[in-house]
Design a protein around this ligand. Structure first.
Ligand code: ZN
Ligand code: CU
Length: 493
């Protein structure tokens, strides 16, 4: 017993602590001081400026959204409501080959870079300039960043429908190296998109070479998620082996009805590769995907909802087959007339989603699209949907395992040092939630709604959200790639 009481800035008492490692919960008090976890245990001898009674609710590390397109959103809307209301305390931007930096546009952003905003949103010719802008904006959440292959292509190439030359690859590499030296987490690709599809595997392999020395990783929206998915996975493994870097397969899914039911086969491939090299994946907890409208995917075999259309904004919320019927044209023709546009594709089977989500290698990432006027509900709902719908209501996985997929697994894979666990000395990113009440409220019809049951969120020790309202404090900042702790590098995968 101490004769003098210890002092904390904040004391959270009587919580069921989910520490992020996957361990079952234990009743604990947690003290926060100077932005860090100062103590964990029975802290009844502690004093604090603020005491929060958890009353047996769950306390967990703040959630890490490993798959976002929040690049410009963290600067333009730094309150980050869609994320802080879910208990997310760190977002990783720059996924799917598209990043806001380093970018120097020659005209309008090529598809799908337009998901990040229009031309005026791209103001960061170097990664250092982007880091400075993030910190100047003081976002409510921490921000880690990947560098997009497509973004680098658009900087260096006059047209994107061909392979890059050796000289262009050198130019891309120099830009990637600048970003890595300023703390970027790695390289992302979006090989399925027209703007990168012409890049041969060798182009990506060459570009990935500088990653290993920096301790960075490679993430990929694969060449295809349809029938040839196993080949696309092999391509991802090959890049990882060539560059000696960990690989994360983004939003792993079996897309398209002819592909439904193949998640077992896909996960078997992943497990086989994991015996040879570090590989993981992320996924979002929904059986519909979303991106820009790709006319090649308008085949008539699935429903596609239009979320925005530049020439026809009045069509947002309608199915493409309804629009085609209204216009008296084919769905293909309707798709062409709607461009550029955004879409939700009804293209997955629920069984596959569940099998992939519950696999131990899978992290949770929202893939939310904050610039979409009718965004897929994953933007506001991904994390509470896992905790409420899949853990509590469907019994798909234990709560401590779901928390691990949102915290420690994510922090270790992406190299976010001292985050993702409730551990003495770690950054005090925390979320207090009620496992009995947590629930996603966002739906496809009304997607912009805060979740229920997320009671308090701290970012770097500062209370950002409580009882359904933001506090106005925005304590997030750019987070550079950190050294993985000892023994993590492989164990995490
Ligand atoms: Zn993607
Ligand atoms: Cu994405």
């Amino acid at each position: 017993m101490h004769s003098h009481p210890e002092a904390a800035d904040t004391l959270i008492v009587g919580a069921q602590l989910y520490d992020g490692t996957g361990a079952p919960p234990v009743e604990r008090d947690v003290a926060i001081r100077d932005g860090r976890i100062a103590a964990i245990g029975n802290l009844s001898n502690w004093l604090a400026e603020e005491v929060i009674e958890a009353n047996g609710r769950a306390l967990a590390p703040g959630f890490i959204d490993v798959h976002t397109h929040d690049d410009t959103h963290v600067i333009r809307s730094p309150q980050m409501l869609p994320k802080i209301t879910q208990g997310v305390t760190t977002v990783i931007v720059g996924n799917c080959g598209i990043s806001a930096s380093p970018v120097s546009l020659k005209g309008d952003p090529p598809d799908p870079m337009n998901l990040l905003g229009e031309r005026d949103a791209f103001q960061y010719p170097t990664f250092a300039a982007y880091v400075e802008a993030v910190n100047a904006a003081r976002p409510a959440v921490n921000v880690g960043a990947l560098i997009g292959h497509t973004a680098l292509r658009s900087n260096q190439m006059d047209r994107l429908d061909r392979a890059a030359t050796a000289k262009e690859i050198d130019g891309m590499r120099a830009q990637l190296e600048e970003a890595l030296s300023n703390g970027a987490l790695g390289l992302s690709s979006g090989l399925a998109y027209g703007s990168a599809f012409s890049a041969p595997t060798e182009e990506v392999m060459a570009l990935a070479e500088p990653l290993a020395a920096a301790g960075a990783l490679y993430t990929t929206h694969m060449r295809t998620e349809f029938d040839a998915i196993l080949d696309a996975m092999d391509e991802a493994y090959r890049v990882g082996r060539h560059a000696h870097v960990p690989v994360v397969i983004s939003h792993l899914k079996c897309a398209g009805p002819s592909n439904w039911g193949r998640s077992e086969e896909v996960l078997k491939s992943l497990e086989g590769a994991r015996r040879l090299q570090p590989i993981g994946c992320d996924c979002y907890p929904y059986n519909r995907s979303s991106s820009t409208l790709d006319v090649k995917q308008v085949t008539g075999d699935i429903d596609i909802t239009i979320t925005w259309s530049e020439p026809h904004p009045e069509m947002a919320g309608k199915l493409i087959r309804e629009i085609a019927a209204e216009w008296g044209v084919t769905q293909q023709e309707a798709g062409k007339r709607l461009q550029p546009a955004g879409a939700v594709y009804h293209n997955m089977s629920e069984d596959d989603v569940r099998r992939i989500l519950s696999h131990p290698a899978t992290m949770v990432g929202s893939d939310g699209l904050p610039n979409d006027p009718l965004p897929h509900p994953r933007l506001w709902g991904a994390f509470p949907r896992v905790l409420g719908h899949y853990v509590r209501d469907a019994g798909l996985l234990p709560l401590e395992e779901a928390v691990r997929k949102m915290t420690s697994l994510s922090a270790r894979r992406f190299g976010l040092a001292q985050r993702g666990e409730v551990h003495i000395g770690y950054h005090a990113d925390l979320v207090l939630f009620d496992p009995a009440k947590v629930r996603d409220a966002a739906t496809f019809e009304k997607p912009q709604q805060a979740a229920d049951g997320i009671d308090a969120v701290w970012v770097n020790g500062v209370l950002a959200y409580r009882d359904g309202a933001v506090t106005g404090e925005r304590a997030g900042h750019f987070v550079a790639r950190g050294a993985a702790s000892k023994g993590d590098a492989h164990g995490a995968f």
